[in-house]
Structures are given as structure tokens and as C-alpha cells.
Design a protein around this ligand. Structure first.
Ligand SMILES: *Cc1c(COP(=O)(O)O)cnc(C)c1O
Length: 394
């Protein structure tokens, strides 16, 4: 006996709005808010013109990629009618050689955002918990909710902590792991705080994590950390911990954000299971070729790293001289405390074509995240900040 089905005759854009469809979405998606990419840069470029606009909101590399990457893309233009290598074998081989890993340990993603989402889809379901830090990268919460799993958000270290203000509290994160924990997301260094944890602390943490919980370290900024800084990477612990994986990206230090390529390194078995949910041809041909070429140009990466470190120090000092608190950073951005007038300051900067990243969505409304630009960009930024601070404080 079939129930009488009513044809959908009264459907109009107003009766079938977002709420109507959301009520029909899976439980995880019902509570989800889409990723906030910051200001509408396309509209800003139209309004200000690219030479006036200062784009310092998305932690991109202002120096751009290696010239070898550009050349590799041009080389690809004759074969755009062909599907790319579905396995990305050449890029995986190059990554494996660089990191002393096996190609079977590497999974490629259309950006590391995709991989972070896929991890939760693969490993976490309705009965499971995912653990991460307050002020951890925004995608951790998105991925967990989309998978329908429960978020266990661990309080961050205090703002007065000497080396890691607002950073991951590894001890508390470890203590939050239960029998239901399937995944633990860490970011080192973390966005948006810029904070990082060291090798000893990470080793101690991993020694206590039970085997059923997979730890993922998002290392999007690893290449930008100072050579002498104690910033842990998961790489040396992969051999002894099969429940550990890391993600990296070509979007930041390599200057290839426009191509959308990230990668994961982990146990071959973990990668094989992740492959089951990978979309076919998820990394395009020009991107595969450009990333392989970029990996070969070690000098360009080194140069970008040094320029960034030098400008990060200069910019941090300049903010501090203006009486603004700057969080320590091993990345290409700094988190700056502008205080109770932050919203007004941000709006005034935006009016001048200076795009930074507001932090209200992260629960840090008195802060702005500032990407470290070139010498010239930072000079223009500080001039605008001085202008705006004088206006707001008057
Ligand atoms: C920028 C960023 C990423 C990179 O994302 P892609 O999708 O690879 O561009 C990942 N994690 C963090 C913490 C980031 O800041």
C-alpha cells in the first residue's frame, strides 16, 4: 500500500528556501555553516584596482611561485583535452623523495582542505568524537560536523602563556581522547594563532595517544618556520606511529594557492582507505606539473622563507611599537590585538583597500590576522594603520 504522494506543486523559491532544504540535509550538514573565506576579494579588486588593493587576508605568498612552476604550466597547455594522471605518480615520487617516504604513503588533494574534510568522512561517524583545540584551524570543525561526528573542543593555553599564547594545550588534548575518539586534529604551526609546539612536547603527546585515535597534524606552514626554531613536524614519528598522518600544502610557502594542491603523508594502509573516497582526477594536470617543478626549485623556497622571516620580524616590531600586542609566529602571518575598536579599525582599513582577516568567527573579535607582505606592502599597510588608528583614537 503506497501512501498518496503529493506532487510538489506549491514549490516556489520562497517556500523552498535554504531552511527547507537544510531540514532535508544529513544531520551533520543541518548544523553546518559554510567555510568563511573572508572578504569578497573579486568585488574589492573591481572596486579598488589590483595596484591599490592590499590583499593581506589569506596568507598567500606575495612573491609567487618558482618560475619553473610557471614554465611547467605552459608546457601543459597543449594537453588540456586529456585527463591528468589519475594517480599523480610523478608528483608523489618527487614528494616521497623529498620527505624520505614511500610513494604509497602519499595522498594528493585538491588543496589540503579537501584532505582534512576527507579524513573525517572516512574515519568519523555519528557515534564518534573528534578532538581539536579551541582556535584551531576552522576546517577541523567543518570536517567534524559534516561527518556528523561530535566535536570535543579543548580550551587553548592562556593568552599570558610565555611561548604559546592561545596555542594548543597538548596535555589537555591528550586527556580529552576517549574510547570514542576517532580523530585528533592538530595544526603546527596553527592558523589563526601562529602558535607552535616543539618536538619534545609532541613526542610525549604521541607516546600516550591510544592506537584507535588517528592524529592528523596540519603542517600548512611548516616550510615557513625558521630553521633554528623548535617546531615539531610529524615526519620523523611516522615510522613508529601508524596512527599519525600529516598534511601539507602548495598554497603557502610554494606560492601556488591558485592551483589547489595539498598532500597527506601517513601509513600506506591509511592512504589506501582514504583513496576509496578520493574523487577521480582530483588534482589537475597543470597543477601536478607545476608542483613537481616547484619542489625542484629549493632555492626559490629558501629565498621566500628568508624574505618572509625578515618581514615578519619587521612587521611584528612595527605593530609592537604602536602599542599593539603581536602573537609570536612561525608562519607568514601575525595575529595582532587591536582591542575593543577592532571592528571599526577593520572597517576603516577596508575602506582604504586594505584587506586583513577579521577573527570574530574564531571567537577573537579584538584581533585581526595580518599576512606578512613584501617590504612595500608592509610599508603601505603600516601607513594605513597609522592613519586609521589616529582617526579611531581621536
Ligand atoms: C591555508 C591553510 C591550509 C591550506 O589549505 P589548502 O586547501 O591547501 O589551500 C590548511 N591548513 C591551514 C591551517 C591553513 O592555514
Amino acid at each position: 500500500m503506497n501512501a498518496v504522494r503529493q506532487p510538489d506543486t506549491d514549490a516556489t523559491p520562497s517556500t523552498r528556501d535554504e531552511a527547507w532544504f537544510a531540514a532535508r540535509a544529513s544531520r551533520g550538514v543541518q548544523g553546518l555553516k559554510a567555510y568563511d573565506p573572508g572578504h569578497d576579494l573579486v568585488a574589492f579588486r573591481r572596486r579598488f584596482g589590483q595596484s591599490v588593493l592590499l590583499e593581506l587576508g589569506s596568507n598567500e605568498n606575495p612573491y609567487g611561485p618558482s618560475p619553473d612552476a610557471r614554465a611547467a604550466i605552459l608546457d601543459q597547455l597543449h594537453s588540456l583535452h586529456r585527463y591528468p594522471d589519475p594517480l599523480g605518480a610523478d608528483l608523489k615520487r618527487a614528494l616521497a623523495a623529498k620527505h624520505g617516504a614511500d610513494a604509497k604513503q602519499i595522498l594528493l588533494g585538491n588543496g589540503s582542505h579537501e584532505l582534512l574534510m576527507q579524513l573525517a568522512q572516512v574515519f568519523a561517524g555519528a557515534e564518534d568524537e573528534v578532538v581539536f583545540s579551541r582556535y584551531g584551524f576552522a576546517v577541523f570543525a567543518l570536517a567534524t560536523q559534516a561527518a556528523g561526528a561530535t566535536m570535543r573542543i579543548v580550551p587553548a593555553l592562556g593568552e599570558d602563556h610565555p611561548t604559546m599564547p592561545l596555542g594548543h594545550d597538548l596535555e589537555a588534548i591528550g586527556a580529552a581522547i576517549t574510547d570514542r575518539t576517532k580523530l585528533v586534529y592538530l595544526a603546527n604551526p596553527n592558523n589563526p594563532t601562529g602558535t607552535w609546539f616543539g618536538r619534545a612536547a609532541f613526542q610525549t603527546f604521541m607516546a600516550k595517544v591510544p592506537a584507535h585515535a588517528i592524529v592528523v597534524v596540519d603542517e600548512a606552514y611548516a616550510e615557513l618556520a625558521d630553521a633554528g626554531a623548535d617546531v615539531a613536524t610529524a615526519l620523523p614519528l611516522l615510522a613508529s606511529h601508524s596512527n599519525l598522518a600529516l598534511t601539507r600544502t602548495f598554497s603557502k610557502a610554494y606560492g601556488l594557492a591558485g592551483l589547489r594542491v595539498g598532500y597527506l603523508i601517513g601509513a600506506p594502509g591509511l592512504v589506501a582507505v582514504m583513496e576509496r573516497l578520493r574523487e577521480s582526477f582530483n588534482v589537475n594536470g597543470p597543477a601536478l606539473a607545476a608542483c613537481e617543478a616547484a619542489l625542484g626549485d629549493v632555492a626559490h623556497l629558501q629565498w621566500a622563507r628568508e624574505r618572509n622571516a625578515e618581514q615578519r620580524a619587521a612587521l611584528s616590531g612595527a605593530f609592537e611599537r604602536r602599542g599593539l600586542r603581536v602573537m609570536p609566529s612561525q608562519t607568514n602571518f601575525v595575529l595582532v590585538r587591536f582591542g575593543p575598536d577592532t571592528a571599526r579599525i577593520e572597517a576603516a582599513l577596508t575602506q582604504r583597500g586594505v584587506v586583513l582577516r577579521p577573527m570574530g568567527g574564531y571567537g577573537l573579535p579584538e584581533y585581526l590576522r595580518v599576512t606578512v607582505g613584501t617590504v612595500d606592502e608592509n610599508r603601505r599597510l603600516l601607513a594605513a594603520v597609522d592613519d586609521v588608528l589616529a582617526e579611531v583614537r581621536a
